[in-house]
Design a protein around this ligand. Structure first.
Ligand code: 3NM
Ligand code: MG
Length: 522
């Protein structure tokens, strides 16, 4: 078997303790193999050696018929005895280097890695063909997962992926990877979308209970394969098509013509101001915290954007945020996240982590402290000695020293990690998408004297992207370009208002006027 051509797309890991009452182990495995799994791992923790051998032989026959590899968990002796295609070990099993010695160079060797240090060690040793990243989500299947790697979500797994990417981009000897732990039909699409970047992707998904415990293993497998190969509605809507940049004037005209609904879930301090800014530019604000109506908004309104502002988080608000994310994702609608003050406290950063693990947003808007905070989620990890290691960049504390290059590279990394357009507000504003960026002159210092001017930039961006997002999956558009339009308009109005203002009070009024003028008198 040619190791380089192994297809890791859908990896079945067995467990005979969870087979439904009216099925057998072989029923489940053969249905999975017949319906699309691309490799199988025999993972049996309580079988006697003879039973293990017999089961391995039976499973190997099924795999051979379909031409897919069989990997044996832990038991090097069994793998060699039945001439299986490889061995998978965990961190507490026989060390990978020793396994390699025993199985020789041609067999497949897989290793479970839960933290970046383990990934680094695997790279250094250079003996494994693939790694299993976990646990992606909470799982009942594996009972002994250490706390620091339990249910890490896409954000936790991305740290491992980035470590692997560094290796794979510079080495001839590429290591493949699969994600494992709690993966099922409801989250598979999100895992693939969120973890696949232009430069590194997960090669496949590994599942146990989702197939082994399924009442209909054939259907479970088919459904997974379909999910893997057909982008979900929200991933299509998130596809960004590069287009010829439109003029600011045309972007503004789209907003006033479409009058998008900008659904804010925001903090009490800025509700009134944000609603007025939204109205001034010709869009339509709704400040709803009534979850029951979100489905109706998202399913029926084509020009819509959710502006999710975490300003006043609480357990109740978290539930509402998640419900909104899920509903807007379900219909492929635009979402802007305003991670208010997430650079300031770990608690707020945890809120953002939970939300970004849960749903996919289109735009993240924040100041450099907030955007740096988000970068910390994917770039730092605890060393074995408990120290936080700063892998990629300076932490929030050293933001004062960030020069323009640092700011832009921070934004680029967050954009790539989270598949979003990033807006960094400040004296100069930056709109960043992957490797593209545009710096836009800021407004005026008076903007800092009126509460809500930061949050209402979110309302303005929401209006612009909601206006362009013309119906589910119909028109793809360049979110980056729409966001640039919003940021340009907002700051232009700020500068013009400052010229006529006497202080913060008149500034506020003039600012609303200038937003109105710039959108209605063109
Ligand atoms: N390894 P399910 S999680 C075997 O994190 C295994 O390394 C994990 O089972 C890891 O798909 C896991 O039923 C169990 O959640 C995955
Ligand atoms: Mg093991």
């Amino acid at each position: 078997m040619d190791k380089a051509s192994v297809d890791y797309t859908l990896y079945l890991v067995t467990d005979s303790t969870m087979i439904p009452a009216n099925k057998t182990f072989l029923d489940q495995v053969s249905q999975a193999i017949d319906n699309g799994v691309t490799l199988v791992q025999l993972r049996e923790k309580s079988l006697l050696t003879l039973d293990f051998i017999n089961r391995a032989k039976e499973t190997l026959q099924l795999c051979r018929k379909k031409g897919i590899p069989l990997i044996i968990n832990d038991r090097v002796d069994v793998a060699l005895a039945v001439d299986a295609d490889g061995v998978h070990v965990g961190q507490d099993d026989m060390p990978a280097t020793l396994v390699r010695k025993l199985i020789g160079p041609d067999k497949i060797l897989g290793l479970s890695c839960g933290i970046p240090l383990e990934m680094e060690k695997a790279i250094e040793e250079g003996v494994v063909d693939y790694v299993g990243f976990g646990a992606m989500f909470p799982t009942k299947t594996k009972k002994d997962i250490k706390l620091d790697r339990f249910g890490q979500g896409p954000i936790g797994i991305r740290r491992l992926l980035r470590t692997l990417e560094k290796h794979n981009s510079s080495s001839e000897r590429k290591i493949k990877c699969v994600a494992i732990g709690g993966i099922n039909q409801s989250n598979a699409a999100k895992v693939l979308y969120q973890l696949n970047t232009p430069t590194q992707k997960v090669d496949g998904l590994a599942v146990v209970s989702c197939i082994m415990a399924a009442p209909d293993a054939a259907k479970a497998t088919k459904d997974l394969i379909q999910i893997i190969h057909t982008p979900a509605p929200w991933t299509q809507a998130l596809t960004i098509t590069k287009e010829e940049p439109q003029s600011l004037e045309n972007k503004i005209k789209t907003v006033t013509a479409k009058s998008p609904l900008v659904h804010h879930i925001t903090n009490g301090v800025v509700k009134n101001f944000s609603a007025n800014v939204t109205l001034a530019i010709g869009a339509s604000p709704i400040m709803s915290e009534f979850g029951d109506e979100y489905e109706e908004f998202a399913s029926t309104i084509d020009n819509i954007c959710l502006v999710l502002n975490i300003g006043t988080p609480s357990p109740e608000m978290m539930n509402l945020f998640k419900h909104a994310l899920q509903t807007y994702n379900k219909y492929g609608r635009m979402i802007l996240l305003d991670p208010v003050a997430c650079g300031a406290t770990q608690a707020r950063l945890n809120v953002v982590k939970e939300l970004l693990n849960y749903g996919q947003v289109n735009v993240i808007k924040g100041n450099i402290g907030e955007i740096s905070g988000i970068l910390k989620l994917t770039s730092t990890y605890k060393q074995a000695n408990g120290n936080e290691e700063e892998v990629l960049m300076k932490g929030v504390d050293s933001i004062a020293q960030l020069n323009e290059d640092d700011i832009i590279s921070t934004g680029k990394q967050v954009s790539k990690d989270f598949k979003v357009v990033v807006v960094i507000s400040g004296p100069i504003n930056y709109v960043i998408h992957q490797d593209r960026y545009k710096s836009i002159p800021g407004g005026h210092p008076l903007m800092g004297t009126v509460t809500g001017t930061g949050c209402s930039l979110g309302s303005t961006i929401g209006s612009f992207i909601g206006a362009q997002a013309d119906g589910r999956n119909k028109d793809k558009f360049d979110v980056y370009e729409a966001v640039i339009g919003a940021v340009e308009l907002y700051n232009k109005a700020g500068r013009e208002a400052a010229e006529e203002a006497k202080g913060s009070g008149t500034f506020m009024v003039k600012f609303i006027d200038k937003l109105f003028e710039n959108t209605h008198n063109i």
